[in-house]
Ligand binder design. Structure first.
Ligand SMILES: Nc1ncnc2c1ncn2[C@@H]1O[C@H](COP(=O)(O)OP(=O)(O)O)[C@@H](O)[C@H]1O
Ligand SMILES: [Mg+2]
Length: 286
């Protein structure tokens, strides 16, 4: 089932001097199996939105539906035991490294699968598989998560989510602060998880990543969705309307177009497809 938000509002600290309207009528649909990017300036409401998908927050008004779970402002409409949605939605926070807690890496990663009903041994087996997937070898299993580097901690946190095989994976700025190679490896991992059938929802500021990996992009501004599009159309046709950066590849494509060498942006989402499109166009001109 798709994920839907219907007229969702959210206010932090209502009826206090710190009252802050973070979401102001969000409507959206995210299809099963999609790779959806959520973009928009800092403070626009992205993290607030994604925390509703696994019911860490409930709307102040409106409702969010995820599979058979209804997270509505109206408590009577809300699914009982709504927290069970967390068995289907894996949410990796912005800075998940702050949420590690166990005394060894493997115990930290095994926590969720154990919590969702696996025996200790099976949970550890899932933990080891997930750790290998995120690129941490056996030597990490018994180490304390607190003595790892920032990037390693983040991998442990992501392994902790992958270990219980959610059918929806939500990642909030997972590449922020990673070196380019670390960021690339992480994105390749999410792509692999996506290809295995998981719906992936990615909050990011990196438009190159959006163009390369996402099949859908939602632009958030001031607590509302102001655009829902495929990345190619957004970046080629009307990026100026939003304060987003143009992906590097598209700046190049636009530069070529200005010089009388137009390419089909719909076919371009990475360096290889750009090269293929240039070669094909060159062939046409011969
Ligand atoms: N725990 C909180 N308490 C009060 N206000 C918050 C809290 N978290 C976020 N906000 C506010 O809600 C708005 C949306 O924040 P957020 O969803 O974190 O945006 P984004 O993820 O797009 O940067 C901002 O104005 C932010 O300051
Ligand atoms: Mg955020």
């Amino acid at each position: 089932m798709p994920i839907t938000f219907s007229n969702v509002f959210y206010t932090y600290n209502p009826k206090t001097p710190l009252e802050n309207a973070a979401l102001n009528g969000v409507d959206l649909t995210i299809e099963d199996g999609s790779f959806t990017a959520i973009v928009g300036r800092t403070g626009s409401g992205k993290s607030t939105m994604v925390q509703m998908i696994n019911a860490l927050l409930s709307p102040s008004q409106g409702e969010v539906v995820v599979n058979e779970f209804i997270n509505a402002a109206d408590k009577k409409k809300r699914t009982k035991k709504l927290y069970k949605v967390r068995g289907q939605v894996g949410l990796v926070f912005q800075f998940p490294e702050y949420q590690l807690f166990a005394d060894t890496v493997e115990k930290d990663v095994a926590f969720a699968p154990k919590n969702f009903g696996l025996k200790e041994e099976e949970a550890l087996e899932e933990a080891h598989k997930a750790l290998r997937e995120v690129g941490l070898d056996e030597s990490f299993d018994k180490r304390s998560p607190f003595e790892l580097s920032g990037g390693e901690k983040r991998r442990v946190a992501i392994a902790g989510i992958l270990a219980f095989h959610p059918n929806i994976l939500v990642v909030d700025e997972p590449t922020a602060g990673l070196d380019p190679r670390g960021a690339f490896q992480m994105m390749e991992l999410f792509e692999k998880v996506h290809k295995a059938g998981t719906t992936v929802i990615l909050v990011t500021h990196d438009m190159n990543i959006v163009l390369r990996y996402a099949d859908r992009v939602l632009v958030v501004d001031n607590g509302k969705i102001v655009r829902s599009s495929d990345p190619e159309t957004l970046f080629f046709e009307d990026i100026e309307k939003y304060s987003l950066e143009t992906p590097l590849l598209y700046s190049f494509v636009k530069g070529l177009s200005k010089r009388g060498f137009p390419l089909d942006p719909g076919k371009i989402h990475d360096v290889d497809s750009l090269a293929a499109e240039i070669a094909a166009k060159k062939g046409d001109k011969r």
